[in-house]
Design a protein around this ligand. Structure first.
Ligand SMILES: [Zn+2]
Length: 250
């Protein structure tokens, strides 16, 4: 759900770079955008992540033929996806549905993450922005929680979001004690372990220095620059205004 940015890659002849088989792109994708689902934001092991074809590899056109065979191996058609998001997205056609997408839009500008790990389209989002945000939620079923008609017991996204929210809120309590019982390094290390930048961003919304470390990375106690969420599109946030979200114009 966080805004991600990937490198633009071309082959030696200037054509878009391809990986055959497409699974060969996984190490590079994980290095660039981290081992998180690009849609829900959950941390996954490299082994459990799927390579997500933005324009689906099995999506059909009206005549029953594959609609995007030319994009099957293309680097610019790849994101990373957890099992749940991958399964719900299936063969849906983003060209038809027109959802906001994490490599093009800043969904944090349109979706709030509430206490308990619940998500909510931000009040005040209307018109085409509302349509496209809702299309994203529907694309992967991001609002599926127990009680939702399509919720499955195999769907652990909300449960993991809730756990991340609990860990983040306990870190917030420690961080705001008169003598803090945690520090940015610990917070960022934990965030990178749970995933869900959206959860940590909202819990630490009043603390610009934490948001900066989450979005831009930071220098750790070993003097190394580390980034808990590599590939986050920093320009989707206004650093002159408390790292508030922006809509990320194309
Ligand atoms: Zn996911």
């Amino acid at each position: 759900m966080r805004p991600v940015v990937k490198s633009v890659r071309t082959a030696g002849d200037g054509t878009p770079l391809e990986f055959k088989p497409h699974g060969d792109a996984k190490p590079d994708l994980c290095d660039e955008i981290g081992t998180f689902c690009s849609f829900c934001g959950k941390y996954n092991t490299r082994a459990s992540l799927h390579i997500e074809h933005i324009h689906g590899k099995e999506t059909m056109d009206a005549t029953g033929n594959l609609k995007y065979p030319h994009l099957l191996y293309r680097w610019d058609n790849f994101l990373l996806c957890c099992n749940n998001c991958n399964g719900v997205k299936g063969t849906k056609d983003v060209q038809v549905l027109q959802p906001y997408l994490p490599h093009e839009n800043n969904l944090l500008h349109f979706i709030d993450t509430l206490q308990g790990g619940y998500i909510q389209i931000r009040p005040g989002v209307t018109g085409i922005e509302l349509q496209r945000t809702q299309a994203f939620v529907d694309l992967v079923g991001l609002d599926r929680i127990p009680g939702h008609p399509n919720y499955s017991l195999k769907d652990d996204r909300w449960e993991n979001r809730m756990k991340a929210d609990d860990i983040a809120r306990r870190q917030l309590l420690k961080y705001t004690q008169p003598v803090p019982a945690t520090d940015i390094e610990t917070i960022v290390d934990l965030a990178g372990t749970t995933g869900f930048l959206n959860v940590w961003y909202h819990v630490f919304s009043a603390f610009d220095e934490v948001k900066e470390a989450l979005i831009c990375g930071f220098i750790n106690s070993n003097g190394l620059y580390v980034h808990p969420f590599p590939g986050t599109h920093g320009d989707s946030f206004d650093r002159t205004n408390g790292f508030s979200t922006t809509a990320r114009p194309k």
